[in-house]
Design a protein around this ligand. Structure first.
Ligand code: VGL
Ligand code: ZN
Length: 260
């Protein structure tokens, strides 16, 4: 078996020896749970899941996440925090701070929350699309704190994103222009992580972007469906489809068992 040129055929005993002595170690998964942006502003603060008319309650992600932390020994646990400076480019009340690009159809006076504008980056003609949000997750404020009911695992890794005033970052791996990466990939590589489990908020925004990049970085990627809440049912469905079409898995938290 397993030999195309037939010079050496591995027999059953030899295969069993290899499997027991080393293949098991080689393929042993090293797991990381990445908990995305479970912060006050997305749960009960200024963005409370974007005032979702469908009534998606962000706090519902907490029991399944806490249960997974209690019942499983993930090798690594990561908490990401949307962590914006006061003058961040994504805040609608800062829209006057930067020049808009000539191709932008809106003037800064006309903009409303959730509009997408085009800024003229550095005032040199480089366009940058940006969706405008209410002020949220300002560094060192209550809105940026992790929700108080969320368990914080020992030795957890904290990843702060969206810290540059001129750059937004939905994914925990990369900023929205894919110019700067966070510390996440390096931290996972250092620990030999093979499998990345993703949960948190918002399902169709930061969780979606993080999961996409986890797959692109080559991790076996598993999204915990009931550990996520989002905004648009349609976008949540598109997120699920994207993941499963790209060799990722979408599972219920009860299916995550007996790790390590
Ligand atoms: C997020 C909008 C703006 C999120 C962050 O965590 O989903 N959404 N910043
Ligand atoms: Zn943000």
């Amino acid at each position: 078996i397993f030999d195309t040129n037939k010079d050496h055929v591995i027999d059953k005993e030899e295969f069993r020896y290899c499997w027991q002595k080393w293949i098991k170690q080689v393929v042993r998964p090293v797991t990381a749970l990445v908990i995305v942006d479970v912060q006050n502003d997305f749960i009960s603060g200024s963005l409370a899941l974007y005032n979702c008319p469908a009534g998606h309650h962000g706090e519902e992600v907490i029991p399944p996440i806490n249960r997974m932390l209690d019942e499983n020994r993930f090798d690594v646990v990561v908490y990401s925090l949307d962590w914006h400076p006061d003058n961040h480019v994504s805040f609608i009340d800062n829209v006057h701070m930067r020049p808009l690009h000539s191709s932008c159809k809106l003037t800064s006076e006309e903009t409303q929350v959730y509009d997408t504008v085009i800024f003229d980056v550095n005032n040199d003609g480089t366009p940058m699309e940006q969706k405008l949000w209410p002020r949220h997750c300002v560094q060192n404020t209550w809105g940026a704190e992790l929700h108080e009911d969320l368990k914080v695992a020992e030795d957890a890794i904290l990843v702060y994103k969206g810290t540059d005033p001129d750059t937004d970052s939905y994914s925990v791996f990369w900023d929205n222009n894919k110019k700067f990466h966070t510390t996440l990939n390096e931290e996972l590589q250092k620990r030999g992580v093979t499998d990345v489990f993703v949960c948190g908020v918002a399902y169709d925004v930061c969780v979606a972007a993080t999961t996409k990049h986890a797959i692109e970085e080559g991790y076996r990627t598993i999204l915990i469906d009931d550990g996520c809440r989002g905004v648009s049912e349609e976008d949540i469905m598109i997120t699920r489809e994207h993941i499963t079409a790209n060799q990722g898995l979408v599972v219920h938290s009860s299916q995550v068992k007996n790790l390590a």
